[in-house]
Design a protein around this ligand. Structure first.
Ligand code: SF4
Length: 547
């Protein structure tokens, strides 16, 4: 595997080989990218030239397989000040794998706007003055016309250093969380183009296995996309609503059935048979989604039953390049601040059209948008009112008061309140263990974190690796053997997962960040501080026993 380091301050590009021991011990993707990130000096400003963002693929991504077009990005987060990571699907991951550059580390800062072209083992820095100020849809359209290949880009939010700016690909696929778009914006990088002539590899045997044993379990995802999750979570009274005041919502107007009215067509990442994406349209707005997380963020969390306004807000967030989960949370917190008279604006639950306008204000840091663009933790500091976040990251659509494992997972994820590092919500919802009990949660969260550290190093889609219904350790080991020729024992893979997860935490610790402290809101019903502490203590014991 090859690494390209682009130093924008020096206008220098260096290409080298990844150490074979690292390929063996850290697999690729997140594992190796995290090791590279550890080269940053501690305590740097996330928006300074010293920060780096590393885009990475792994052994699976050159393969034409369902779920295999996936890549990761790691960086110091401008939102949390800690370990930032985000994954994206679509077509760019497979294309990047075919370029022969598997790790692209961007550091320094350019004086003028640039984009980076990665093509068949070479990397070029190109002028992007004509693209600065454009949204992601327009940027991608122009670059695809001029360059071809696959494009990832930032919108105005990234340019304006909105701390939760994301990086957009093909209009609806995102490196969503933790502010990677602001890191690119701080370096004046508008976009990256991947063009690879490498040959896609195949394994018809493994694709058959995926079709028969994994994808056959995902019919709800195939039929309805991620919005189908809303029914399950709401029934379990774990759907955060009205800015974390409620855990259930009347979803009839915004659920997967309601979305059918706006449905245009299905969409898929490269070569994926699941095709979980849904394109929706309202008036002039066309969007991939809204995904479950966005229906929560712009819907239930804001008491909003107006699906058309959710679709419009979703489209603007994608165009401007804004993480919808954090955006919904900052607007929800603004409603709370408005009620308390801490801000001048009057914002109420259910004001769908106003939320659409707030997305624009956030992207351009206009008026109240400038405060919201800082994220909940900084809003807290400015107003003295407690919001909802863990280690600076605003939580997604799984209420920990009804899913105890999720409460622990929000604290132990290296990027803050995150549902993706362990997917602990799923075994909790599926009844694998009592979701209102601390028993067994620590072991579950730890094992899943280690598993996904390996999955994110492969790099592979979550939906095909979901607990109980997706690929497990044996399947991952088999895929690794197919893609690398190396046979890994399961115990060895588990150790690798632990090592990668621990390395991400080492990054946090040198920044002065420890396991997250849940907001007091999480303890206002069902979950007690004692139960939470019990889970955390057991989790620390399990991690320490392995270190
Ligand atoms: S399941 Fe969905 S997100 Fe995953 S690879 Fe397939 S289309 Fe992409």
């Amino acid at each position: 595997m090859n690494l390209a380091v682009v130093d924008l301050s020096k206008n220098a590009i260096k290409i080298s080989k990844i150490d074979e021991r690292d390929e063996k011990e850290l697999i690729g993707g997140k594992g190796i990218a995290t090791k590279l990130l550890m080269n940053l000096p501690p305590k740097i400003d996330s928006l300074s030239p010293e920060n780096a963002i590393i885009f990475a693929v792994g052994p699976a991504n050159a393969f034409r397989l369902s779920g295999a077009s996936r890549m990761t990005a790691v960086f110091k987060s401008p939102l949390t000040g800690g370990f930032g990571e985000s994954q994206c699907g679509g077509f760019a991951p497979h294309e990047m794998a075919l370029t022969g550059i598997h790790f692209l580390m961007i550091t320094g800062k350019s004086e003028k706007p640039v984009y980076i072209a990665v093509e068949n083992g070479s990397v070029e820095i190109k002028d992007a003055s004509h693209l600065w100020g454009l949204d992601t849809f327009e940027t991608e359209r122009i670059l695809k016309k001029d360059e071809g290949g696959e494009v990832i880009s930032i919108g105005q939010a990234g340019e304006n250093l909105v701390r939760f700016a994301c990086i957009t690909h093909r209009k609806g696929r995102q490196f969503g969380r933790a502010g990677g778009g602001a890191v690119l914006g701080s370096k004046k990088v508008k976009a990256i183009v991947f063009k690879g002539d490498g040959k896609s590899k195949t394994s018809s045997e493994f694709e058959e296995f995926l079709k028969d044993k994994v994808i056959s379990n995902l019919s709800a995802l195939q039929n309805y996309g991620t919005p189908n999750i809303m029914w399950v979570v709401n029934k379990a009274k774990s759907l955060p609503s009205l800015y974390w005041n409620e855990s259930e919502f009347d979803t009839e107007d915004i659920d997967a059935e309601a979305m059918l009215k706006y449905f245009v067509r299905k969409n898929a990442c490269f070569a994926c048979r699941v095709a979980c994406g849904r394109i929706s349209r309202v008036e002039n707005s066309e969007v991939e989604g809204p995904e479950y997380e966005t229906l929560f963020a712009f819907g239930t969390l804001l008491g909003n039953r107006d699906l058309e306004s959710i679709i419009k807000a979703n489209e603007l967030a994608d165009r401007f390049g804004i993480d919808t989960i954090t955006a919904g949370n900052v607007i929800g917190f603004a409603i709370k601040l408005s009620k308390l008279g801490k801000i001048d604006e009057r914002i109420e639950f259910g004001e769908g059209e106003k939320f659409v306008e707030l997305i624009r204000k956030i992207a351009f840091r206009e008026g109240i948008g400038d405060l919201l663009a800082e994220g909940v933790a900084r809003m807290e500091k400015k107003t003295g009112v407690e919001g909802v976040h863990v280690n600076g990251l605003e939580p997604p659509a799984y209420d920990p008061r009804g899913l105890f494992g999720v409460a622990l997972a929000y604290s132990t994820s290296p990027r803050g309140a995150c549902h993706m590092r362990s997917c602990a919500y799923r075994p909790n919802l599926a009844g694998l263990l009592d979701r209102y009990s601390p028993e067994g949660q620590a072991r579950l969260v730890k094992e899943l974190e280690d598993f996904y550290a390996v999955v994110d190093s492969l790099v592979y889609c979550r939906f095909l690796t979901l607990p109980q219904i997706g690929m497990g350790w044996e399947d991952v080991a088999r895929l690794l053997e197919i893609t690398t020729g190396r046979r890994y024992e399961i115990e060895k893979l588990k150790k690798i997962g632990h090592k990668i997860h621990t390395m991400a935490w080492e990054f946090n610790r040198r920044e002065g960040i420890g396991y997250g402290k849940p907001p007091s809101k999480f303890f206002d019903r069902n979950l007690s501080r004692e139960d939470y502490e019990k889970m955390l203590k057991e989790y620390i014991r399990l991690r320490d026993a392995e270190s």
